[in-house]
Design a protein. Structure first.
Length: 256
């Protein structure tokens, strides 16, 4: 699973110029700068933070959606609170079949804009967090799904999202090595190369369009990624949401 991320810790230009034209960037600048106030050096999915997304319906602007997808068919707020905890991630191989994701996979795909993410590495009975990002100085574009859910009792509209995952590459197999991953193998966010991000947002009108989307569900090239151990993120001694979260930290007991 991917449940720990870093996002919106850099400048508006850093994000805007990667996804928008100059004209679009000038139109969206004020909104992006406002979103930067919601940035986090470390956020955990189970707290359901807002994540920056670009949707297939509005591909020329950033929006902030709540992490933890609530499927459109959920009836009550109580059920919504339960299911969103189970929908932080969506396995790319099964999004076309799972009731919680299949409609969104067909009609509501998005890009989730991250600076990087965290995974824990097991060694001698302990867990050590690692920060993973791209070697290139650019945002990490992760494939996502989104939903618009209405609370029928109050009329409130909620926009939510989930991170699509894929099979882990060799780097992630090394880092994400806990016993919990043995059954399905290590996973990683579905990171999209810059030249393919628009393909994830393309409409599906026939089976050929669907196959194009399916072909994108691949592990990212590890030669373009970097990772290092960092301080503990949570607990009494955790650094939490601070600039120290992604800083390299050496543990004497780790032999690498």
């Amino acid at each position: 699973m991917c449940v720990d991320t870093e996002q919106l810790t850099k400048s508006a230009d850093y994000y805007g110029h990667h996804y928008l034209t100059h004209e679009q960037m000038e139109q969206e600048r004020a909104e992006i700068e406002e979103y930067l106030e919601l940035g986090a050096y470390h956020s955990n999915g189970y707290s359901h933070p807002l994540l920056p997304v670009i949707t297939n319906e509005e591909p020329h602007r950033f929006q902030m959606f709540r992490w933890g997808l609530i499927p459109f068919f959920i009836k009550t707020e109580a059920d919504a609170q339960l299911i969103k905890k189970k929908c932080l991630n969506a396995m790319g191989e099964t999004i076309w079949d799972k009731p919680s994701f299949r409609e969104a996979a067909k009609k509501r795909r998005c890009l989730i804009v991250l600076d990087g993410f965290f995974e824990h590495h097991a060694y001698n009975g302990k867990k050590y967090p690692f920060f993973i990002s791209l070697k290139k100085d650019e945002p990490m574009t992760v494939a996502g799904l989104w939903e618009q859910w209405e609370n029928k009792a109050t009329g409130e509209i909620k926009h939510t999202t989930t991170i699509v995952t894929t099979v882990g590459n060799d780097m992630m197999r090394f880092i994400h090595n806990s016993k919990r991953t043995e059954e399905v193998g290590p996973r990683m966010p579905l990171i999209l190369p810059k030249e393919l991000i628009k393909d994830w947002l393309k409409p599906i009108n026939d089976n050929a369009d669907k196959e194009l989307i399916k072909e994108l569900i691949q592990p990212y090239d590890e030669s373009e990624m970097q990772a290092w151990p960092v301080r503990q993120l949570l607990g009494k001694n955790g650094v939490g949401n601070s600039p120290l979260a992604n800083v390299h930290h050496e543990y004497e007991e780790l032999p690498y």
